[in-house]
Design a protein around this ligand. Structure first.
Ligand code: AOF
Ligand code: ZN
Length: 366
């Protein structure tokens, strides 16, 4: 066993896993490499639900050459019959002698059981190498599979003085075209995009992914619209083939409106709420129940403030453009009452920043 060699093969498995970025949900991104006598005899990754798991692809390629070999796998192999048969059985059947696994699978039906079964079969198991890479790659899956609600990433575009629009609500465009293209890349990594009804009424957006990397990808468009003010002539209804439209409204919203919206191709889900808005936890639970594991929350101010005040956002991208707008009436993305004491500020962690053209992109976690 040589840790450098192990880590090189595991990195290869990660590169394979990343090929499924944006496509595997609600399943995790998993890659596997099978090595026998210093030769790679099989490799693969899990493409999407219903397709074979990473280990199954790699073992199939390896065939008899898997016998006596080492399997490098980014996630603990499964033990259950789900959409596909258990990977642990396939590893045992193929007579793999050693496994190098990066992370445990937090899925309660698999967690630690995969390792146990491998060890019981006499297979050598090492666990934990490059684990932090999985914590990042599968951050959405890890939350979704343990909490049954999606991982929420908020994205907002501001000026250098923190404004998201002018005092006349004009916001096209604050960020550069390259930054906007980057946002389309981000959209592709998510299952759904979420906005408030004010954004629909004001901007009439179609909320699709327009990026060559994501051709054919359907993105669920989620709109929070308590009173079903959704205009029936919204452009989004012309893009039903690009993804479902899910409208969340209050229990008391008019039936005739929900019927009309459903006739236009949207799905309307009712939930409880009060004057301040819908019960966001209920919205998230409903999204989780619909196998939506990651959501990009794209504003505006009211919606972003509600999510931030309730501390529901997991990760943020703030793009900052070199413009100054000024004006008390020009909105920022976090309004409401505001924080009185600095010690109570919401704090981003693991902050990373980079530039695109002259824009600064800040990424951080709560
Ligand atoms: C593995 N290798 O490549 C993946 C695993 O939808 P199913 O039936 O395919 O099962 C999904 C669950 O299987 C998922 O929640 C996770 O626990 C595990 N995914 N396991 O051994 C893989 N994708
Ligand atoms: Zn499996």
């Amino acid at each position: 066993m040589n840790i450098n060699i192990d880590s090189a093969y595991l990195q290869m498995a990660y590169s394979l896993a990343e090929k499924a970025l944006g496509w595997a949900s609600p399943n995790p991104y998993v890659g596997a490499v099978i090595v026998n006598k210093d030769q790679i005899v099989g490799y693969g990754y899990h493409e999407s639900p219903g397709k074979p798991h990473a280990e199954a692809v790699a073992l199939k390629m390896a065939g008899k050459r898997a016998k006596g070999g080492t399997a490098y796998i980014t996630l603990e192999p499964c033990v259950h019959f789900g959409r596909t048969p258990p990977c642990v059985d396939s590893l045992i059947f193929s007579k793999i002698e050693r496994t190098v696994i990066s992370s445990l699978d937090p899925n309660p039906i698999v967690n630690k059981k995969g390792l146990k079964k491998l060890r019981q079969a006499g297979i050598n198991v090492s666990i934990g190498l490059l684990e932090s890479r999985n914590n990042r790659l599968n951050e959405a899956y890890f939350k979704y599979i343990t909490q049954n609600i999606p991982f929420l990433t908020a994205k907002t575009a501001t000026t250098q003085d923190g404004k998201i629009a002018t005092n006349t609500m004009s916001s096209k465009w604050i960020s550069s075209s390259s930054t906007r293209e980057y946002v389309h890349l981000l959209r592709g990594e998510h299952d759904a995009i979420l906005v408030g009804i004010n954004t629909i009424i004001r901007d009439d957006p179609i909320l699709t992914i327009r990026h060559p990397n994501w051709e054919g990808k359907r993105l669920t468009r989620v709109i929070l619209d308590s009173h079903l003010r959704f205009p029936l002539n919204s452009k989004i209804f012309q893009t039903l083939s690009d993804g479902n439209i899910l409208i969340f409204c209050h229990e008391s919203a008019p039936d005739d409106r929900s019927k009309l919206l459903e006739d236009h191709g949207a799905r309307v889900i009712r939930c409880s709420g009060n004057a301040a808005g819908l019960d966001l936890i209920q919205v998230l639970q409903e999204l989780g129940a619909n196998e939506i594991s990651s959501v990009l929350v794209e504003g505006g101010s009211r919606l972003m403030t509600s999510f931030l005040e309730k501390k529901l956002i997991d990760k943020m991208y703030i793009t900052i453009s070199p413009k100054l707008i000024g004006g008390k009436e020009a909105p920022t993305f976090f309004e409401g009452e505001g924080i009185s004491v600095l010690r109570d500020s919401l704090r981003l962690k693991k902050v990373r920043s980079f530039t695109i053209d002259e824009d600064i992109i800040v990424e951080g976690y709560f």
